[in-house]
Design a protein around this ligand. Structure first.
Ligand SMILES: [Zn+2]
Length: 274
């Protein structure tokens, strides 16, 4: 099955590259969420990509509290990537990013993505879900999940993003209950929100999310999938193992797989920055 899929993917990549300068690999032939950081240099990433036959989407993070928090910080990154065989991605951090960058600057990237890991709770406390001290002890997991679904669906409706990454992540203190807390009703709100806004869903190799059940539901809703890793350093980069596993387990065919939007169809070109 995987071999057959890879054969189809090759056909698609060839026909896409015939139409434009940039090949459009899909499925496990691309890792759309790579960061040049930690001990991973750009040269390392390019070598690794070539060796593994996996095209990388290299992302810069931008937002409040990040080294890049305005248009001016984007150009050096874009200049460094120019002419390299990679996609360029902008990872929107926090919810304030829509006020920090212009559409014109963001449209220079191949795509924009974000996650639902940074938001403010009902008391106005800004949290980054991967930092335990900011989240504190969650005493009411049900209430927390409802808040997460509310914030995520608001992001999908309001922010111009092409891809939802680190999808369905919940704090480590709850992760053992992932399948119980992501009830069918909550999953449905997430996948419907993605589908309604034309947003793709990452299948994240490093955290092995979303679950197969989540992916099957999203597939039914017409959501398209992109493999991504979100590496902290070189050691996190693999060969899309989890994504390939899910492609097989959920019978994802080329038509279910995401590829970067065409010029003019990018989320920042379709939707307002509010
Ligand atoms: Zn990232």
């Amino acid at each position: 099955m995987l071999l057959r899929l890879l054969a189809c993917v090759t056909v698609i990549a060839c026909s896409a590259s015939a139409q434009g300068p940039r090949p459009a690999p899909v499925g496990a032939a691309a890792d759309y969420h790579v960061h040049v950081k930690g001990d991973l240099t750009l040269d390392d990433a390019l070598r690794r990509s070539r060796q593994d036959g996996i095209t990388y989407g290299i992302a810069i993070n931008g937002g409040v509290g990040f080294p890049t928090s305005s248009d001016a910080g984007l150009e050096p990154f874009l200049a460094e990537m120019r002419g390299k065989p990679v996609f360029t991605a902008f990872q929107a951090e926090g919810r304030e990013w829509v006020r920090l960058f212009s559409r014109q600057a963001l449209a220079k990237f191949d795509y924009v993505f974000t996650d639902s890991m940074t938001w403010s709770d009902d008391r106005g406390r800004r949290m980054r879900l991967w930092i335990p001290e900011e989240v504190g002890t969650i005493t009411d997991a049900e209430k927390f999940m409802d808040m997460l679904v509310d914030r995520a669906t608001r992001i999908f409706a309001e922010e111009p993003i092409d891809l939802y990454v680190n999808p369905t992540y919940i704090p480590d203190q709850l992760s053992a209950q992932y399948d119980r807390l992501w009830t069918p009703a909550r999953m449905k709100r997430i996948v419907d929100g993605l589908a309604a806004n034309g947003i793709g869903m990452e299948i994240n190799n490093r955290r092995r999310i979303p679950s197969a059940a989540f992916i099957r539901l999203a597939k039914q809703a017409g959501v398209k999938f992109a493999c991504g890793t979100n590496n902290a350093g070189a050691a996190d980069l693999g060969r899309n193992e989890y994504c390939a596993e899910m492609i097989k387990a959920c019978d994802l065919r080329p038509e279910h797989l995401w590829s970067p939007p065409a010029e003019g169809k990018k989320a920042v070109q379709r939707k307002e920055l509010r």
